[in-house]
Design a protein around this ligand. Structure first.
Ligand code: NAD
Length: 492
């Protein structure tokens, strides 16, 4: 079979220049999704291209993607990233991944044994917000989560990622091996602290000594990750095949040229010199994380809900509408920027750069994709900022409009009367509220009463409830385009 591993590729395709046989699985990564392929794996590949070494990646999957892993193996674990920018495209064959273990193909024991190998220094993950089994409202492990209950009942066969990490660390401790660093690369504020809580809370429920050992020995650096990497489509795969001179690569992914990674420099067993590839290794990631989560992800979610309702399929389609463009910039600068503590960064320039990135027509980032899992995303992208404004007397009408947009979205019908395919781990609860509240004001109140998303205080704040209700009713009566335009006009 013809693959990128055995076919000559065009000269302008960048290929690994280092000795791949020297690689060892010093990093084990869980979640070989779109993002990781074009971010951490690519930056590690860049380090290897610069200085060689043995920092190889082993990819792990718990559930999905067994076909993807079979393809990856047929390609000698190589795959392609196509960076698509205004100035042109660059295809890069990534060689840093050299091994993979899939639970469905090899069994959970093989996954655990891989994590317990002595050379493993870092276990990283991109498993989406829901993979941590945390309560979005509290940020703590949800001990009632079905996967966590299963893992407590049967800890040797873990289903959840926290369960996998705790069992792997238990094995390492039992075998007298050093611990590894746990590195979350998901879009969650203080992702290191969240995964630490998830792991230690679960270990505590199993064995207090193990929990103490983990708390003392393991580090959980926080990270801020940034690059827009839309899910692959048949069209992107065809475009990549053309860039590869006709060779198909089903593991390939396209992304924007921009890339940023800010990492707390706290590793217990070493790390690649990611700084030579452009990563920023810092003492405190939090200010960077908040900036990115609120300005980028917050405006992305705003555009995703309100754009989808109005019929815009992609973020760049939203950017062709002057109202949406201004709304995104206004949300960033008037309502998100004041809540931030980051210093030494020109936030107006950052906002302009984001608008430029959103406008990239080559990316085709679907609003539907960004709208997914809103119950897990709203707290860090919008609600923390609302709380800040309530405490400081600031204006949060745009954030309230974003929340109302999410409510209209999860109500299941767009502005053209078409049904919406909603994906969310809280789908049942959301649908129950929607089907039991034909009255719109009541629906807003019942959705706000979902404490796992909104916490205790926000639904009791009359000004916030009124702002969301007013925005919701305007979306119902006038549609998303007009409501967004009216909000922008008020600020002029
Ligand atoms: P994706 O759907 O392509 O990949 C998600 C991966 O997570 C898959 O490998 C899946 O198997 C795994 N996963 C999902 N639920 C899991 C669970 N419960 N347990 C274990 N594994 C699970 O998504 P993606 O675009 O790669 O995004 C992954 C994460 O990367 C996001 O949550 C986001 O935080 C972050 N991120 C993505 C982008 C982007 O533009 N795609 C940008 C910045 C950050």
């Amino acid at each position: 079979m013809n693959t990128i591993a055995n076919q000559p590729l065009p000269a302008d395709v960048q290929q690994p220049s280092y000795d791949r046989s020297a690689l060892r699985s010093r990093i084990v990564h869980i979640g070989f999704g779109a993002f990781h392929r074009a971010h951490q794996a690519l930056l590690t590949d860049r380090v290897l291209n610069r200085q060689g070494g043995d920092w190889g990646l082993c990819e792990i999957s718990q559930f999905s993607g067994d076909k993807l892993f079979e393809t990856l193996r047929r390609q000698d674990h190589r795959y392609t990233v196509l960076e698509k920018g205004a100035a042109g495209n660059q295809a890069i064959v990534i060689g840093a991944v050299h091994e993979s273990v899939h639970r469905k193909l090899e069994g959970v024991e093989a996954v655990l044994e891989k994590l317990a190998e002595p050379q493993v220094a870092i276990v990283s993950m991109t498993i989406t917000e829901k993979g941590y089994c945390i309560e979005p409202g509290s940020g703590r492990l949800d001990l009632q989560h079905q996967a966590i209950r299963d893992d407590l009942a049967n800890p040797g066969q873990p289903n959840s990622v926290p369960g996998l990490l705790v069992e792997a660390l238990r094995l390492r401790r039992q075998r007298g091996l050093s611990p590894f660093t746990v590195l979350s690369c998901d879009n969650i504020p203080e992702n290191g602290r969240v995964v630490r809580h998830a792991v230690i809370d679960l270990a505590q429920a199993r064995d207090a000594d193990l929990a103490e050992w983990i708390a003392e020995q393991v580090t959980f650096p926080s990270t801020m990750v940034d690059r827009i990497v839309p899910a692959a489509t048949p069209e992107t795969l065809d475009e990549i095949a053309t860039a590869l001179g006709g060779v198909q690569d089903e593991c390939a992914i396209a992304c924007e040229p921009f890339i940023q990674w800010v990492v707390e420099d706290n590793f217990v067993a070493g790390r690649p010199e990611w700084e030579v590839a452009g990563a920023q290794l810092v003492d405190d990631v939090l200010p960077f994380e908040q900036m990115k989560l609120r300005m980028l992800n917050g405006s992305h979610s705003f555009l995703a809900y309100l754009g989808y309702l109005a019929g815009y399929q992609h973020i760049n389609d939203c950017m062709t509408d002057a109202g949406y463009r201004q709304a995104a910039r206004r949300l960033m600068l008037a309502e998100q920027a004041p809540t931030l503590s980051v210093s030494g960064i020109d936030l107006a320039a950052y906002a302009d750069q984001l608008i430029e990135r959103y406008s990239n027509p080559a990316l085709q980032h679907r609003t539907w994709q960004i709208a997914m899992d809103g119950s897990q995303k709203l707290p860090q992208r919008m609600l923390d900022s609302v709380r800040w404004h309530l405490a400081h007397g600031g204006d949060y009408a745009g954030l309230a409009l974003g929340v109302a947009g999410w409510m209209r979205y999860v109500s299941g019908v767009d502005d053209a009367g078409q049904p919406i395919d909603i994906r969310d781990p809280m789908l049942n609860a959301l649908q129950q509220v929607v089907s039991s509240t034909p009255d719109d004001e009541q629906r807003v109140q019942q959705l706000l009463a979902l404490n796992a998303i909104f916490g205790e205080a926000l639904p009791k704040d009359p000004a916030f409830v009124a702002a969301v209700t007013q925005a919701y009713l305007s979306l119902r009566d006038c549609g998303a385009r007009q409501t967004v335009q009216e909000w922008v006009s008020k600020g002029e």
